[in-house]
Design a protein around this ligand. Structure first.
Ligand code: 5AD
Ligand code: SF4
Length: 470
């Protein structure tokens, strides 16, 4: 999944005076989880705060996908240690928790390395946070990293009404968790466990409640979201395509997206849904990681570069305007200059609208970490630079191709200046549009006038405010 910035995630409020600060690292699933943790804690009397200095409880909802992500957590804990010492000198309570994937991967080790930490709770046990805190209050250090994903989907509160109101017009909805693919670079199968799908009825119910409170765009989340499987209301087996079709029927939901997908699980039915469903946005994040068959094999991706190229061809035949996005890793063990060239060639052939690229980072416990022929950091950096320069050109070219076109934009929030609003294009690009072009929550047709490095500027011309979509 795409990483987010590290903005604190506002959580639920209550009458009590205890305050929790949740800092979210990593992907959108962590953002969703932070919101659910906030809901679980609101029941326990915790109000949200956006500053650490205000908080009685600090939770770092962590990411373990690459080394830098995990190291950031430890440096933050160093800062928190000073705050805790100051609080204790004032005789005040201050609890510190580590949640998320670093918690799952390192467990008790975290407390050994950072004794400031009072509780370590893995992604499958957030619903037990209030119990864990009660034990901490009795003087225990708590480590709860059991796998109980079914429990999690059963027990976690649905998005609360308060959360929904706070959220605006777009929302994430976790439908699947875990991964059985075991790519040799990846910690996800170890931190999030094996694939579990949330039941159909619960998803539809939550989506309805989101729609009722004004959400217009829902992004279904899963580490391997195409592997979602369930039974529809009539008891028939359905996959992600069936789920999307059901969600598309919900009045008010105008836009659907899903992330992240594995190429092997892009089945014909899902591709057909891209052709049929107007509300399924023409944007697909389909990581390939490398363009070299040798490296793809070593990564255990279980497809070739050619399989991927043909798959994208099929998807584009179904939905010609689809914007492709991807993830790439450079410098996987054994990657030669030739292998890297194959990645560059694949990028040229596909033409990405956006992409994320990373230097390979050995993760303890994954097969990749134990492979021979690790690539020099300097070589990784140099390859990453070349790849990112090419991806930048492609992203700019895609954005420029929209100049002069009229496209539907979902208006999300006020812009930086009073005369502006900000929305999203169907292709997930932020669009700055003139205030008065439409209201928040509406989908309006705007004409793209120019591009900025990561957004589009629209004029008032061509606007049909309030175009009805659902
Ligand atoms: N090193 C570098 N990048 C990684 N990713 C996952 N594991 C690693 C790793 N060990 C990248 C992949 C994945 C994205 C979420 O993060 O590209 O698709
Ligand atoms: Fe990691 Fe591969 Fe699973 Fe994606 S498909 S979460 S990269 S193991």
């Amino acid at each position: 999944m795409t990483e987010t910035t590290e903005a604190p995630v506002p959580v639920g409020a209550s009458a009590n005076t205890r305050k929790v600060f949740i800092k979210t690292y990593g992907c959108q699933m962590n953002v969703y989880d932070s919101q659910r943790m906030g809901d679980a804690l609101a029941k326990d009397g915790y109000e949200p705060t956006e500053t650490i200095e205000d908080a009685d409880l600090v939770l770092l909802n962590t990411c373990h996908i690459r080394e830098r992500a995990a190291e950031k957590v430890y440096s933050e804990l160093g800062r928190i240690r000073l705050i805790k010492a100051e609080r204790h000198s004032q005789g005040r309570e201050f609890r510190v928790g580590v949640t998320g994937c670093v918690a799952q991967a390192e467990g008790r080790e975290i407390i050994a390395r950072a004794p400031v930490v009072d509780l370590v709770v893995g992604p499958q046990t957030y619903h037990r946070l209030p119990e864990a805190l009660a034990r901490v209050a009795r003087g225990d250090k708590v480590v709860d990293t059991d796998y109980a994903v079914e429990d999690k989907f059963d027990h976690l509160p649905n998005t609360s009404d308060r959360q929904i109101r706070a959220r605006g017009v777009t929302a994430f909805l976790t439908v699947q968790e875990g991964c059985d693919k075991f790519c040799t670079f990846c910690v996800v199968p170890y931190t999030r466990g094996s694939e579990v799908s949330r039941p159909f009825a619960g998803i539809v119910e939550e989506a309805r409640r989101l729609a009722d409170s004004g959400v217009r765009e829902v992004t279904l989340l899963g580490q391997n979201v195409n592997a979602w499987a369930g039974e529809d209301a009539a008891g028939r087996p359905v996959g992600l395509a069936g789920l999307l079709r059901a969600l598309a029927e919900i009045p008010g939901i105008a836009r659907l997206r899903y992330t992240t997908s594995h190429p092997r699980d892009m089945d014909a039915e899902l591709i057909r849904a891209h052709a049929d469903l107007e509300s399924l946005m023409p944007y697909l994040h389909l990581p390939v990681q490398s363009g070299s068959d040798r490296i793809l094999k070593a990564m255990n991706r279980r497809h070739t570069a050619d399989d991927y190229l043909r798959l994208v061809e099929t998807i584009r035949a179904a939905r010609p305007d689809i914007a492709m996005s991807g993830d790439f890793i450079v410098g996987f063990p054994g990657e030669t200059e030739e292998d890297f060239d194959a990645t560059m060639r694949l990028v040229v052939e596909i033409g990405y609208a956006s992409a994320f690229s990373f230097k390979y980072s050995p993760r303890p416990g994954t097969p990749g970490a134990d492979m021979d022929d690790h690539v020099d950091e300097a070589v990784k950096s140099e390859r990453l630079q070349r790849l990112q320069a090419l991806l930048r050109v492609q992203q700019d070219r895609f954005a420029a191709s929209l100049v002069g076109q009229t496209i539907p934009v979902l208006v999300e929030k006020p812009g930086r200046y009073a005369h502006q609003l900000v929305g999203r294009s169907p292709f997930l690009q932020p669009v700055v549009l003139p205030a008065g072009a439409g209201a928040i929550g509406e989908i309006v047709d705007v004409t793209i006038e120019s591009t900025l490095p990561n957004s589009l500027m629209a004029t008032g011309a061509g606007i049909e405010a309030g175009r009805k979509v659902a």
